[in-house]
Write a protein that binds this ligand. Structure first.
Ligand code: 9D3
Length: 249
C-alpha cells in the first residue's frame, strides 16, 4: 500500500515509521510511504506556508497554493490516489471499521493541517476528512501517524501473524481478555488456575467470557454493536444470570 503524507514537520514521521512492524514493512516494501515537506512546494524565497485569515481574527491559515502544488506532484509522481484525506477536528471519527475500509485502498494521501486551519478551497481536492477523537491536538501530524499505523497493520503481510490481526477482539467490537506470563504468582497475585491447566477448550472459553465481562464493565455500549457468535451470546446470558443471582443474595 502507498501513502503520501504532506506536512510542515516531516521529521515528526521519521522514527515512528522506522520502528516496529511498520518499520519492517517499509524496509520490505510492503508499505511505500513518502513524507513530503509542504515548504518544498512554496515558490517564494522564505518558503512561507501560512498567511493571515481574510476577515481578520487570531492565528494563521495554511495557504492553498503549496497544497495544490503538492497534490499535483503526487499525482504525476505516483498516480491518482484513491483517497485524499484531510486530518481535521471536523472530520469523521476514526474507527476500526474506517481503518479496515482504508486498508483496502491502494494509495492514500494524508494532509496535515497546522495553525487555526487550512484554506477552505483545498477541500475541492479532498475526498474525506478524518478526526482521531474529541480532543485538541496541535496539528494533524500525530493523527496522520495514528492512521498510518492503524491502517497499515490491516494490510496483508504487514503484521507477521495474520491470525492475531483477524482475531483482534477489537475488530469484532469487543475489548481484549486479560493476559498473564510467568511467574505464576507475584506479590500474592496468582494467575487464574484455568490458564495453567493445559485444557485448551477451557482456556478459550475463559478468555471469551473474560473479554465479555470487561466489555460489559468498561464499555457496555460496545455490546450492542459487537459481532457475537452463539457461544458468546450464551456466555453473555451466563454473566447476566450470575450477576442478577448475586444481586438477590
Ligand atoms: C485552537 C484552535 N481551535 C480553535 C477552536 C481549532 C483547532 C484548529 C486546529 C483545533 C485543533 C487544530 C489542530 N488539530 C488537528 O489538526 C487535528 C485533530 C485534532 O485536533 N484532534 C483530533 N483529530 C485531529 S485530526 C487533525
Amino acid at each position: 500500500m502507498k501513502f503520501d503524507v504532506v506536512t510542515i514537520f516531516p521529521a515528526m514521521f521519521e522514527r515512528p515509521l522506522a520502528e516496529g512492524v511498520i518499520g519492517r514493512a517499509v524496509e520490505r516494501g510492503t508499505l511505500d510511504i513518502t513524507v513530503r515537506d509542504l515548504r518544498d512546494f512554496t515558490t517564494d524565497r522564505h518558503r512561507v506556508v501560512d498567511d493571515v485569515p481574510y476577515g481578520g481574527g487570531p492565528g494563521m491559515v495554511l495557504k492553498p497554493e503549496p497544497i495544490f502544488r503538492a497534490l499535483d506532484l503526487i499525482e504525476v509522481d505516483r498516480g491518482r490516489p484513491a483517497a485524499v484525506i484531510l486530518m481535521s477536528p471536523q472530520g469523521v471519527r476514526l474507527t476500526q471499521q474506517e481503518a479496515q475500509r482504508l486498508s483496502r485502498l491502494p494509495h492514500v494521501v494524508l494532509l496535515c493541517g497546522r495553525y487555526e486551519g487550512v484554506d477552505e478551497r483545498i477541500r475541492a481536492r479532498v475526498t474525506e476528512e478524518i478526526s482521531i477523537g474529541d480532543y485538541v491536538l496541535s496539528g494533524g501530524e500525530l493523527a496522520a501517524l495514528v492512521i498510518v499505523d492503524a491502517v497499515s497493520r490491516l494490510v496483508p503481510g504487514v503484521v507477521g501473524d495474520e491470525q492475531s490481526v483477524a482475531q483482534d477482539s477489537f475488530s469484532r467490537g469487543l475489548l481484549d481478555y486479560p493476559h498473564y506470563t510467568r511467574p505464576a504468582e507475584i506479590a500474592g497475585h496468582r494467575v487464574p488456575d484455568v490458564l495453567l491447566s493445559g485444557h485448551h477448550a477451557d482456556v478459550r472459553r475463559w478468555r471469551r467470557k473474560a473479554a465479555l465481562v470487561r466489555t460489559l464493565d468498561r464499555r457496555p455500549e460496545l455490546i450492542a454493536t459487537a459481532m457475537l457468535d452463539e457461544e458468546e451470546r450464551a456466555l453473555l446470558d451466563e454473566i447476566r444470570r450470575e450477576r442478577s443471582e448475586r444481586e438477590e443474595h
